[in-house]
Design a protein around this ligand. Structure first.
Ligand SMILES: Nc1ncnc2c1ncn2[C@@H]1O[C@H](COP(=O)(O)OP(=O)(O)OP(=O)(O)O)[C@@H](O)[C@H]1O
Ligand SMILES: [Mg+2]
Length: 371
């Protein structure tokens, strides 16, 4: 994950010359840089430029550095702030660390001290952002069942009432029939959504682990998708290259099927204009023996670089009707529950390759647990 290109730093210093030197140096290091010469501009630029890090001079002509720091943290807590201090203001700087500053550098400073402090602060920021994601993720575990319950009960009632309306209404009223159909479809859509949310948080069901033939799963999935998909996908030509010697893997058949279905569905959805969709299976010796791999190659629209880091996040979607749970569920199933791997390579405009690796045998639940 090379993110240096997108890393934006806001340099806040009223010393124009210093701000210029620092900016130039940071740009050479591959950062995007913006500059503010006073506190108010700095605060404005926090919102308009969304930097990841702020280099903040403590002494500014309009408002104090600590005031600016507080404002920054109010706007976005995750922005890293490195303080630049003049002689003798270390004491204040320490106070500022308590307010959320990541580090401070006494002036004058060497370039590599500056760079070291920046990289360090960015590393910490990154870890914090990841932690936050995890916290949100884990709270979905308790939120989804609640949501499902709250949505399903009324849906059930709507479905029941609708059945009565349908039975009692004039079948020749086309307008009415069409409206009923819309309600039915939307109810089904919500039901599916709730089911997806539940699937996402459902605890692993190790008891359903059996020997699974991945080639067979893929052929079932392709059957399902052929029935499911709409008009444009009729233009998609599916090419398969299955390893006939592919060993079975120990896993949950239904879960693997669901993961593959999500991947294939995405591939089809990305190929609105048709094209070739290839699936291959292999037995793998690398990096270690005992693995199989299924590769899904579409020649669709591809994935934008800036989206690639978010694909597995629950609810990340670029589609109008998408829930953004497809790949999050895949990750859960393949990586967390089957100890496998998913790799995505994509080129905007030319297509996407998804490699799913699965170990043939699951690692023991309790390694070395004797007695
Ligand atoms: N094969 C692909 N080609 C292009 N973009 C893809 C592909 N697979 C995934 N994506 C991108 O990743 C996003 C997330 O995919 P994911 O399957 O998690 O959700 P979704 O397809 O948007 O919604 P859902 O699967 O819940 O209906 C998609 O919105 C799309 O932008
Ligand atoms: Mg999807």
């Amino acid at each position: 994950m090379m993110e240096t290109e997108n890393r934006k730093i806001l340099v806040v210093d009223d010393n124009l010359e210093l701000a210029e030197i620092v900016s130039q140096f940071l740009e050479i290091q591959g950062f995007q840089v913006c500059v503010a010469h006073n506190g108010n501009t700095a605060i404005r630029k926090i919102s308009s430029e969304s930097p990841e890090l702020v280099l903040l001079d403590l002494k500014l002509p309009d408002i104090g550095g600590s005031e600016v720091l507080k404002k920054i943290k109010e706007i976005d807590e995750s922005i890293a702030v490195v303080i630049l201090t003049g002689y003798g203001s270390e004491q204040i700087a320490v106070e500022l660390m308590k307010l959320g500053a990541s580090d401070f550098i006494p002036k004058p400073f060497e370039r590599d001290v500056l760079l070291g402090a920046i990289n360090n602060a960015l590393k910490i920021r990154h870890a914090q952002v990841e932690d936050k994601k995890f916290q949100r993720y884990s709270s979905l575990e308790s939120f989804f069942p609640f949501l499902a319950h709250e949505i399903r009960n009324p849906l059930h009632a709507i479905g029941g009432a609708l059945a009565i309306i349908r039975r009692r209404s004039d079948v020749n009223d086309e307008y009415l029939s069409r409206s009923i159909k819309i309600i039915q479809e939307e109810v089904a859509h919500l039901n599916d959504f709730v089911q997806e949310c539940l699937d996402f948080v459902r605890p692993p069901t190790k008891s359903y682990f059996t020997e699974v033939d991945i080639n067979e799963v893929i052929s079932i999935v392709m059957n399902i998708i052929a029935h499911m998909s709409e008009e444009p996908s009729k233009k998609i030509k599916v090419v398969t290259e299955m390893d006939p010697q592919l060993p079975k893997v120990y896993g949950n058949y239904e879960e693997i099927k669901r993961a593959f279905l999500n991947i294939v569905k995405n591939g089809f959805e990305a190929m609105r204009d048709g094209g070739e969709f290839a699936i291959k299976t292999y037995t793998r010796q690398n990096p270690s023996p005992g693995w199989i791999e299924a590769i899904f190659i579409d020649h669709g629209e591809g994935i934008k670089k800036e989206h690639q880091a978010s694909l597995f996040e629950p609810f990340f979607t670029t589609k109008l009707g998408g829930t953004g749970l497809g790949l999050a569920i895949c990750h859960r199933i393949i990586v967390e529950r089957h100890h496998g791997k998913i790799e995505i390579e994509s080129e905007r405009g030319s297509g996407t390759i998804i490699k799913v690796g699965l170990p043939i045998h699951q690692p023991p639940e309790n390694p070395g647990g004797i007695g």
